[in-house]
Design a protein around this ligand. Structure first.
Ligand SMILES: [Fe+2]
Length: 337
């Protein structure tokens, strides 16, 4: 009798299941995200199915699958990528009062194609044994002769650098942006290689004295299970560039998400995005990966708060996408590997 009953329940629940799920394509690989999806499932009964892969692979997959894609949400880091997904027609417009009121205007696409969930700053880090913060000022200053062979930064194929250069094209024009890229190449301590974390390791190894990296990687090093990584984190000073009067502020970027054009579970997808923007979820984002919450009512982790407050570049973020191709071209012209 009991067995029969269970079989009946399973049958019924599998029908319900189909209409109460949401399929996420995500390039984020953090435990925090797993925890968040579980929280959402417990709260709503909506099952979250995740496909994880590299951003470019997921985008290619979405393009290939077209209307038949099972994906409801695409999550990725960097406006450069979100903008690309939007321009390939992979997202649909979402008009959610909650998202519009919760996520600051700068951190979301104006028509609702994508929304920022977390924020990061791309900062200058320096070897505390070798550099005084008073020697640092702006991204532009890193092209000065005093930084010859001392600057460490990853490859130009990296979207974070492309967005940084795009922001310079917007603020100063192509010519000056190119002069900056040229100057950095000239001052590089080595040919670019590796991740943001690797740049900091190279600084501690003495390959250079300063690096340009995203803030959360400093948090990741300091909280690493590997003692050598913790040591690297401890030797790093974090400097927020371009803070002076009249300066544009430190470069910021986001991790974000949009509802796919193909979405078959649109309502659930919106519910999940709204949940991810809620204070409850934003706290998890903040604590787990040392990013700044996109929701301004939620505080960053203690560690990230300890870096201090700073003036952010107030550029409209979608411009990172607008100028991406131009940025890639400049990197090529100046031979930034
Ligand atoms: Fe990253």
């Amino acid at each position: 009798m009991l067995k029969k009953l269970i079989a009946g329940v399973v049958l019924v629940s599998s029908i319900v299941y189909a209409s109460s799920e949401v399929n996420v394509y995500s390039h984020r690989h953090y435990d925090s995200d797993k925890q968040l999806f579980k929280m959402f499932e417990d709260k709503t009964g909506i099952k979250v199915n995740i496909v994880k892969a590299k951003a470019n692979e997921l985008m290619m997959r979405l393009e290939k699958e077209g209307k038949n894609s099972p994906a409801d949400i695409f999550i990725t880091a960097d406006v450069g990528r979100l903008y690309l997904a939007q321009s390939k027609g992979l997202f649909q417009k979402i008009d959610s009062q909650y998202l519009n009121e919760t996520i600051p205007e700068q951190l979301r696409e104006k028509d609702g194609y994508w929304f920022g969930l977390t924020k990061r700053a791309r900062v200058i880090v320096y070897n505390k044994d070798k550099v005084k913060p008073s020697e640092l000022s702006t991204y532009e200053d890193l092209t000065a002769p005093k930084w010859n062979k001392r600057v460490i930064i990853r490859k130009s194929s990296n979207i974070y650098n492309q967005s940084l250069l795009a922001s310079m094209i917007d603020s100063q024009g192509r010519e000056k942006a190119k002069i900056w890229a040229e100057g950095i190449v000239k001052n590089m301590g080595r040919a670019p290689t590796g991740s943001d974390r690797d740049q900091m390791k190279a600084v501690v190894a003495g390959v250079g004295d300063v690096a340009i990296v995203n803030t959360y990687y400093v948090g990741q090093l300091l909280n690493s299970k590997k003692s050598n990584e913790v040591m690297v984190g401890k030797k790093m000073g974090v400097f927020f560039p371009n803070q002076g009067e009249g300066e544009r502020g430190t470069h910021i970027n986001i991790s974000g998400a949009g509802v796919t054009l193909s979405s078959k579970n649109r309502d659930n997808a919106i519910k999940l995005l709204e949940f991810l923007a809620s204070p409850e979820a934003q706290k998890v984002f903040a604590e787990a990966n040392y990013e700044y919450p996109a929701n301004p009512n939620v505080k960053a982790s203690k560690l990230i708060q300890s870096l201090g407050t700073f003036k952010e570049d107030s550029i409209e973020l979608y411009k990172y996408g607008v100028y991406n191709a131009e940025a890639v071209k400049i990197f090529d012209e100046v031979n930034w590997k």
